[in-house]
Design a protein around this ligand. Structure first.
Ligand code: ATR
Length: 277
């Protein structure tokens, strides 16, 4: 791999959010920039709520080429942008900003990451899919499934929130206990249950997981969550959230550079870092 030195032409990309310290994005993007010999660098910017507007304005002022946006700003960032991609508008959340000659346009690549991660294993069209959770992360996932003509059911601890989201996307909904009787092709966890440091938690029991052919956990730290372990034991095929992370990152990378990154390398680097190597 050719080492690219930071110089007067280096383009800057990054991540805005709070917290950002444990993000995998700098590792996967910087490795991919280097592999393609692109003079770009990716940084993490921890931004406090009252500074969000100034942080976005700085993209124009110091010509930052691109940003990823993470929790808790995916919705809050929208009023500070000049343009919004149609899909990002429908989802109501932005995870990628492109600075094109000081015009800031917002995109959502989270849903692209989801679709690619699933379609490596199965098509979505006509499949029955149960989505757990009805928060911010669930919105992009629900959009991706409806867009690809999957048959969606949203289950959430707070049923009123599942109802609201289901109304918007024209699908069915219910409480988490419905997992006892629903049978489906795919189960997706969009909640943060099972995420480091609470690795011993799981949103579904092994007895419930037998009803699903494939289980995808959007949580990628740890790489194999308790939910995925139980799913594997129950005979399901499993998909790690790491694939979603890499594919959403790759789609953002392409929007900024116009080039396709090496996703295998991105995944390899993320696994290494998550294992603490
Ligand atoms: P995000 O933007 O990461 O999706 P969020 O908007 O706060 O975060 O949504 C969190 C989701 O995880 C919600 O669906 C939440 O359920 P409630 O709507 O009932 O709060 C779900 N969630 C979080 N912790 C949970 C737990 N311990 N058990 C079940 N669901 C949980």
């Amino acid at each position: 791999m050719k080492k690219i030195e930071i110089d007067g032409n280096t383009r800057i990309c990054g991540l805005i959010g709070n917290p950002v310290a444990h993000s995998m994005s700098p590792f996967i993007h910087n490795a991919a920039f280097e592999k393609l010999g692109l003079n770009y660098k990716y940084f993490c910017f921890k931004v406090e709520n009252n500074n969000l507007r100034q942080a976005i304005m700085s993209m124009r002022a110091i010509d930052i080429k691109g940003m990823n946006v993470t929790v808790p700003y995916k919705q809050q960032v929208i009023p500070f942008l000049d343009e919004l991609d149609e899909v990002a508008k429908k989802i109501g959340a932005v995870n990628t900003i492109v600075n094109n000659r000081k015009k800031l346009k917002g995109f959502n690549t989270d849903y692209i990451g989801l679709i690619k991660a699933i379609e490596e294993h199965t098509t979505i069209k006509g499949k029955k899919i149960v989505l757990l959770g009805a928060g911010g992360a669930a919105r992009g996932i629900a959009f991706g499934i409806i867009e690809k003509k999957g048959s969606l059911i949203i289950l959430n601890r707070t049923v009123a929130k599942a109802k609201e989201l289901a109304k918007e996307f024209g699908c069915e909904y219910g409480g988490l206990e419905l997992m006892d009787k629903e049978k489906a092709d795919l189960l997706i966890n969009s909640t943060s249950v099972g995420m480091h440091p609470k690795e011993n938690e799981t949103i579904a029991k092994k007895s419930q997981l037998k009803n699903f052919k494939i289980v995808l956990d959007a949580v990628y730290n740890p790489i194999e969550t308790k939910l995925l372990k139980l799913a594997r034991d129950a005979g399901c095929k499993t998909i790690s959230g790491l694939n979603m992370l890499v594919y959403q990152g790759a789609a953002s990378f392409e929007l900024w550079t116009g080039k396709k990154p090496d996703t295998k390398l991105m995944k390899k680097i993320a696994i290494k870092k998550l294992k603490g190597e």
